[in-house]
Ligand binder design. Structure first.
Ligand SMILES: [Zn+2]
Length: 567
């Protein structure tokens, strides 16, 4: 396998490539306000609807919906893979990327040094938890959270002591040079020269690669620690630690996953540890980010059945969809554990005990069932509007079931919920499939040119504008939440985005369109967000003006709701 292009080189290329100049070499662009406008290279048109934002380094076509960043543009335009596109652009801006062979050789020795430094740190943190005076308080805290001494030892939990250089000094005594500690992300450099410990007064979770070697850490703040510091601090990406390819606990769970031919996937360290202690030893964690392709392949190499037990909040549900699609494409059977709202495996086990969690896992439902249940909860089925939107959402789910017998079973269920004859629903499904074929031009489209074929999303204009306003003016989110409920938004795509925005606001995260597209792999949803942030007319409005527009949208949405209800 070819080694990946190092992150620092990727960043360098990204920094040096101005998307306006790169795209400007293919089509002529004209400055219109803050953005640049030109004729779209991906569909034929007479009036320009292809917009490029220099500030956001994104492009978006209002005609066909094509959207992405500079690497995506080159991949599409030149028909290249991602690494090929990076090399292509690197040559253009004069960044040198070593050949794959050279990268491999350079990394070998550095890799080994970084792992050695991480393993030294793991031993140091472990020692401090078990043997030092200051570790006692942390041990007490672990017991209070229900983590036994055996479990703590099994996962090699540790404690990074208070103070600025306890680990740095210990590592130097062992002959480990600070430059290596810096590259391993274990220390940071001081402005005036010198180094200090990255992890201080934290509970430490060592993260291992699939061979069981320590490549990084997650550090959790302790209840008595500084309130302003982040709850979790992780190792940065290094040549040995790539968050998107590591699965927490995989080296410990692998043999169990193989034996029972099933893996449980959770979000966080504490979820994995709690599940392990509850007797479910085939558990791995994706560490907050959603499941990636390489993680999925790693799991698929061991077993076919995957059980997703993500947090029961909007972000967790959205990650569940993405994980499901990815795993299904890899040929897995996927089930979903349904936790009570706003809980996660760790909190659930602490409140309800191990056996309650075990039975939830046993009852994990196939994804189709899980989705149909969620739709029933999310749509108000006492209104006609709710019933119609339930139908719209159920059709693609029914259409995705390949087994005819299975499809019949669910078709029956959905018809019952809607209170219509099965025959009518079958007609609807046929119509849906026929329309789908027409949309795709009568033949299957490949993934590569999917973006060329998306139609503009039909969402209510007032709802679209309100979404854009929330993304540009975060301070309006509170107002919208007071006035509207999720179910007031009629488009399911839009509802997904709004739900994540609200979730992020509750957590106090910074919200931007550029950041939020990373939550969605669905191109239609991505398109909706990019469309909203590219809307020039909404930037730089005075605060009162933005608020008045938001209130207008809210009124419109409410009155549409009312008229729907009385129709
Ligand atoms: Zn276009």
């Amino acid at each position: 396998m070819k080694p990946p292009i190092p992150e620092e080189i990727l960043g360098e290329v990204r920094r040096l490539c101005n998307i306006v100049n790169i795209i400007g070499e293919y089509i002529s662009l004209e400055k219109k306000g803050k953005n640049y406008l030109g004729l779209c290279p991906f569909h034929s048109e007479k009036t320009p609807s292809f917009s490029v934002s220099e500030e956001k380094q994104l492009y978006y076509c209002f005609g066909c919906g094509a959207a992405g960043n500079v690497f995506g543009f080159i991949m599409k335009m030149e028909g290249l893979t991602f690494p090929e596109a990076v090399r292509f652009l690197a040559r253009r801006v004069g960044v040198h990327i070593p050949t794959p062979e050279r990268l491999l050789r350079r990394e070998k020795s550095l890799e080994e040094k970084l792992i050695t430094a991480n393993e030294l740190a793991a031993r140091f943190f472990c020692y401090n938890l078990v043997k030092s005076e200051s570790g006692k308080k942390v041990t007490e805290y672990l017991r209070k959270r229900g983590i036994t001494a055996d479990t703590s030892e099994f996962f090699k939990l540790g404690y990074a002591p208070r103070g600025w250089d306890s680990f740095l000094r210990a590592a130097q005594r062992e002959g480990c040079p600070p430059e290596i500690l810096l590259k391993a992300g274990l220390v940071s450099s001081r402005e005036g020269g010198g180094y200090y410990d990255r992890f201080r007064d934290r509970l430490m979770f060592p993260i291992c690669n699939h061979r069981g070697r320590v490549v990084g850490f997650g550090g959790r703040a302790l209840p008595w620690g500084d309130k302003d510091s982040p709850k979790y601090l992780n190792s940065p990406e290094t040549p040995v630690f790539n968050k998107s390819s590591v699965l927490y606990g995989f080296h410990l769970a692998r043999s169990y996953i193989r034996r029972i031919q099933s893996a449980i996937i959770v979000e966080g360290y504490t979820d994995a540890i709690a599940a392990y202690q509850a007797g479910l030893k085939n558990v791995v964690a994706t560490l907050g980010t959603s499941l990636t392709g390489s993680q999925g392949k790693l799991l698929r190499s061991q077993a076919k059945e995957m059980i997703i037990a993500y947090d029961a909040d909007a972000a967790g549900r959205s990650a569940t969809w993405r994980g499901f699609n990815l795993l299904q494409d890899l040929g897995c059977t996927v089930k979903v554990v349904e936790l009570p709202a706003e809980s996660d495996p760790d909190s659930f086990i602490r409140q309800n005990g191990a056996s309650a969690f075990n039975s939830l896992v046993e009852q994990a439902s196939p994804v189709v069932e899980y989705r149909l249940t969620r739709m029933k909860v999310e749509n108000d089925l006492s209104t006609q509007k709710g019933l119609l939107s339930y139908l719209e959402e159920a059709l693609p789910v029914l259409g995705s079931i390949s087994s005819p017998a299975e499809r019949e079973i669910y078709l029956k269920q959905v018809a019952e919920v809607l209170g219509i004859p099965e025959r009518a629903l079958r007609d609807e499904l046929r119509r849906y499939r026929r329309d789908g074929q027409r949309r795709d031009g009568g033949h299957n489209i490949t993934l590569k040119d999917q973006t060329n074929n998306i139609n503009q999303i039909k969402a209510d204009p007032a709802e679209k504008m309100l979404l854009a306003l929330m993304l540009v003016y975060n301070q309006l989110i509170g107002l919208v939440r007071e006035e509207l409920q999720l179910s007031d938004f009629s488009s399911s795509h839009l509802r997904q985005v709004v739900e994540v925005i609200w979730q992020m606001e509750s957590k106090g995260s910074l919200i931007s369109g550029e950041g939020i597209i990373n939550y969605f792999s669905d191109l239609q949803v991505q398109q909706l967000v990019i469309e909203a942030v590219m809307d020039e007319s909404l930037s730089n409005l005075p605060q009162e003006m933005a608020e008045r527009m938001a209130r207008d949208c809210i009124e419109k949405i409410k009155s549409q709701q009312l008229s729907q209800r009385w129709r």
